[in-house]
Write a protein that binds this ligand. Sequence first.
Ligand SMILES: NC(=O)c1ccc[n+]([C@@H]2O[C@H](COP(=O)([O-])OP(=O)(O)OC[C@H]3O[C@@H](n4cnc5c(N)ncnc54)[C@H](O)[C@@H]3O)[C@@H](O)[C@H]2O)c1
Length: 254
Amino acid sequence: MLKNMFSLKGKTTLITGGNQGIGKCIARYLADAGSDIVIFDLNDATKTAENIAEEFQVRAAAYICDVTNPTMIKECMNAAVKKMGGLDCLFNNAGISIHGDTIEAKPEDWLAVVNVNLNGIYHVAQAFGRYLITNGKKGTIVNTASMSASIVNIPQIQPSYNASKAGVVHLTKSLAVEWADKGVRVNCISPGYMKTEMTARETKELRDLWISKIPFGRMGEPDELAGAVIYLLSDASTYTSGLDMIVDGCYTVV
Ligand SMILES: NC(=O)c1ccc[n+]([C@@H]2O[C@H](COP(=O)([O-])OP(=O)(O)OC[C@H]3O[C@@H](n4cnc5c(N)ncnc54)[C@H](O)[C@@H]3O)[C@@H](O)[C@H]2O)c1
């Protein structure tokens, strides 16, 4: 019973930002749960898709797609639907961060972050929701927000990131209600500090400072988000929509 409840067999999941970090890691777990995989990324994820297909014996495809570009999203989604025969689940995950003092920040930096993190999530969710609803299909969406939606990280200054992620949480709730009677569930995960390429860019000094503030005393592995994403995408969560699942080693609890 448990295996069936969490199974994604017979489903196809679209993952944005799946060429590295959290997206790439979770794509492997979704394939292990039985799902065929489609990756949209700014970079070519063909190799990643090929490796997943071989390791988990599923079908996998990759498209170079900028989530800030609605036309490109539509074209890539049409191509993916044609190739895979349909889409069922979306892990809407691509995101970026730029740190900087507000007094000094350039308007382009604010726009770049909000454009990927909030507008990108919206554009992909809209195209996916349109596809499901116009085809009378049910489906599930998990957006990647962040604990930065609920707290202000220190010492780095990142208001565009924090505000964009707070937007993702409320967009998640808004779409969950809008599509509640359409059989489309929309939830989000809010990771704490995770070990990915995004955080590896920072100095060891900064990462050690973060760790000193995390009750678990360590950063999270991206693998530790897999259970949450599988739960929210699968039939294990059929009465759950609009949830922000915080997975942060207790950072936001204290
Ligand atoms: N790493 C963390 O500590 C952490 C914590 C909380 C939330 N998050 C969120 O998790 C998500 C993934 O983060 P990560 O740490 O894996 O980052 P990452 O930088 O390692 O990977 C991000 C991926 O998204 C892709 N991408 C970036 N802009 C894109 C665009 N415009 N269109 C398509 N693809 C694009 C990149 O090419 C890359 O493959 C992001 O939304 C991030 O904000 C990360």
